[in-house]
Design a protein around this ligand. Structure first.
Ligand code: ATP
Length: 238
């Protein structure tokens, strides 16, 4: 199976299980939402897929991307394959400028399909503010910068952790439009963790709902009534 295949992922911190046997498939070019309440195991899943879980976490299961297996914990191999994470917190280096943040992305990138100048041309607001400290950007600009950093190199699959969290509605709309455009332009696949079902149709083609580290539902469409059903599942009403 091509694309991303995650098979029976289990993650635990000490004795506490965070993800319990999660199996997922993101086809080439597809965007899948990983939906769940706080503590459902979304961040742990994305960190595992990015090779970036803390070494103290226990992890089992397998991950393949484009039919190649990746050993857990190997960030470098994943970056080389074009898998990169847009993390939820500490997205950018606050005391470095926009351009310096992008250069750090370039220094760890493998391949040069997307360069710093490409990101600055895609996001005019970042270009205008390229010499501004990232800590002085608005939340939306920081999210754009985090996305831009993750795209530098040879992006194939991006893992976005709650990209809409704490942003104002027009900013989310702009972010979703940029993401959609860049996904089409670069042929990117995406796995997007979300706890807010409202934005799912703008971010993903389908959604997997998890609760306490397990899949509890799978929605192949994201129409209005599906969103209501997702909302209900998240509230434990169905
Ligand atoms: P949130 O939106 O709150 O980040 P989440 O769905 O992303 O939630 P995780 O962050 O993966 O969920 O957390 C899953 C479970 O693992 C939670 O019970 C959380 O408290 C626990 N957990 C996460 N990270 C650690 C850690 N480094 N050490 C110990 N427990 C952790």
């Amino acid at each position: 199976m091509s694309g991303l295949v995650l098979d029976h992922l289990a993650v635990s911190y000490g004795l506490r299980p965070a993800v319990r046997g999660l199996t997922l498939h993101v086809k080439a070019g597809e965007s899948v939402a990983l939906v769940g309440a706080n503590g459902a195991g979304k961040t742990s899943t994305l960190l595992a897929l990015a090779g970036a879980l803390k070494q103290s976490a226990r992890i089992s299961g397998t991950q393949t991307f484009e039919d190649r297996a990746f050993p857990w914990g190997d960030v470098r191999a994943r970056l080389a394959a074009g898998i990169s994470l847009v993390p939820e917190r500490e997205k950018v280096f606050a005391l470095l400028t926009v351009r310096e943040n992008l250069r750090i992305g370039a220094s760890r990138a493998v391949g040069d399909r997307v360069r710093v100048d490409d990101v600055l041309s895609w996001f005019p607001r970042l270009r205008e503010r390229r010499d501004t400290l990232a800590g002085n950007l608005s939340g939306g600009e920081q999210q754009m910068l985090a996305l831009g950093v993750s795209l530098i190199g040879t992006p194939r699959l991006i893992l976005l952790d709650e990209p809409t969290l704490g942003l104002a509605v027009p900013v989310i709309e702009e972010f979703c439009a940029s993401l959609r455009r860049l996904r089409a332009e670069l042929g990117l696949s995406a796995l997007v963790a979300e706890s807010d079902s409202n934005w799912l149709p703008h971010l993903a083609d389908r959604a997997v709902v998890i609760d306490r580290g397990r899949q509890v539902a799978d929605f192949r469409r994201l129409e209005e009534r599906d969103l209501d059903a997702i909302h209900d599942v998240m509230l434990g009403l169905s």
